[in-house]
Design a protein around this ligand. Structure first.
Ligand SMILES: Cc1cc2nc3c(=O)[nH]c(=O)nc-3n(C[C@H](O)[C@H](O)[C@H](O)COP(=O)(O)OP(=O)(O)OC[C@H]3O[C@@H](n4cnc5c(N)ncnc54)[C@H](O)[C@@H]3O)c2cc1C
Length: 372
């Protein structure tokens, strides 16, 4: 075999997996179609270290988020990656939302998030004087991270461990061979290069369903629908009025968790992301200025100081959803595919939020799958 383990995709998840496995496997290879890491979803997100509050009990999303959060804070301290354990408020702004707040606390508790604190209006005002809430939950373990620095560290560690990363190299075909897989790639000059690998890890984000199909797994349940999330920036000086993350109570099927306020490591504040399933799977990162009114109305409920002109279009990201519009929430799909006749192929499909938070825990999970 040319490679022992190959990871397709140098997003935050693929890199975390490769870092973990390269520590004690030689012949680690990462293949990425862009010329640098994290050019897709991993650089177009809220950069929040989620606590693990909302996800269904027993789901991988819940488990890997709670585990991943702890691992990530430790990792940030170890490698001096910028982060801020600023905490987050989930706010009820109408009487009907107060009972939802209590339900959220119970779900979180079952998921092992036992540090949530319920605050009344006065306590919220003390913490964040500029926002309005009748009641709120405070999550002290939520934070933000500089995800570029995190990916850079993963990359450095992979290379220091002797792994190799081939940028500008797109996987276009996968064929099962004896004891492994033959992977066909094209570089940016359209030069073809084929290589064999014993273990193949598909961490291809938005096109992970297509990569799985290349290997021969066609499954209606694993088809990705692109689901766009747009952000608006809160212009200075009002960005200074907010010090923590502020979320409304979430919608019922978790397609998104409501237009919320996130702060970044540079002191910027943005609102978003909203949730729009795209008609077709196109890389559409435009921010529609026409949405400003909807963002303004939605956020005004808890940001009473907000005026329409305080917002400007910021950026957009795309969620790799296997949950179709209107369907109940779906879990991460992370499987070693022996049962389907593809031993040594690990598929990661539908790795939407909290994939960044969970990246180190996902890496441990994949390690266990390949040692079976
Ligand atoms: C709007 C939004 C907000 C989010 N906010 C948060 C948050 O606050 N906290 C959190 O924890 N998570 C958040 N997430 C989720 C998080 O961003 C993702 O779970 C994570 O980035 C997924 O990483 P990945 O490595 O799986 O995918 P990606 O970053 O998409 O990486 C996949 C890589 O595979 C490469 N690739 C694909 N096909 C091929 C091929 N054929 N050959 C070679 N390379 C290929 C791509 O070029 C890409 O670089 C958010 C996501 C979105 C969209």
């Amino acid at each position: 075999m040319d490679a022992e383990i190959t990871v397709i995709g140098a997003g935050v998840v693929g890199l975390a997996i490769a870092e973990n496995l390269s520590a004690d496997h030689s012949g680690m290879f990462v293949v990425e179609k862009h010329t640098a890491f994290g050019q897709e979803t991993s650089s177009r997100n809220s950069e929040v270290i989620h606590a693990g509050i909302y996800y269904p009990e027993g789901s991988l999303k819940s488990r890997l988020c709670v585990e991943g959060k702890k691992l990530l804070y430790d990792y940030c301290r170890k490698y001096e990656i910028p982060f801020n354990n600023c905490g987050k408020l989930i706010v009820a702004t109408a009487p009907g939302e107060i009972s939802i707040i209590e339900g959220i606390r119970q779900t979180a508790f079952k998921n092992g998030v036992d540090d949530l604190i319920i605050l009344d209006q006065g306590q919220v005002n003390e913490m964040e004087p500029a926002i309005f809430a009748l009641k709120a939950i405070f999550s002290p373990s939520t934070g933000i991270i500089d995800s570029h620095s995190l990916m850079k560290r993963y990359e450095i560690n992979i290379l220091n461990n002797g792994g190799q990363i081939a940028y500008g190299t797109e996987v276009t075909g996968i064929r099962k061979i004896e004891n492994g897989y033959l992977v066909s790639t094209f570089d940016q000059e359209s030069k073809r290069f084929d290589f064999s690998t014993r273990i193949l890890i598909n961490s291809a984000g938005l096109t992970s369903d297509k990569v799985s199909e290349m290997a021969g797994i066609v499954d209606e349940n694993l088809v990705i629908k692109f689901c766009k999330g747009e952000y608006f920036r809160l212009n200075p000086p009002k960005n200074r009025l907010i010090n923590r993350l502020v979320y409304p109570v979430p919608v019922h099927n978790l397609e998104g968790i409501g237009i919320h306020v996130t702060i970044d490591m540079g002191g910027g504040v943005k609102l978003g992301p909203d949730v729009t399933y795209l008609e077709s799977n196109v890389y559409d990162y435009k921010v529609s200025a026409g949405k400003q009114e909807a963002f303004f109305r939605s956020a005004s409920k808890f940001l009473p100081f907000l005026e329409f002109d305080d917002l400007s279009p910021e950026m957009a990201g795309i969620r790799p959803k296997i949950q179709k519009s209107g369907e109940p929430v779906r879990d991460f799909y992370i499987q070693e595919e022996t049962k389907r006749g593809f031993p040594g192929l690990i598929n990661l499909i539908g790795i939407e939020s909290p994939g960044l938070t969970s990246s180190l825990a996902i890496a441990n999970y994949v390690r266990n799958l390949i040692s079976v």
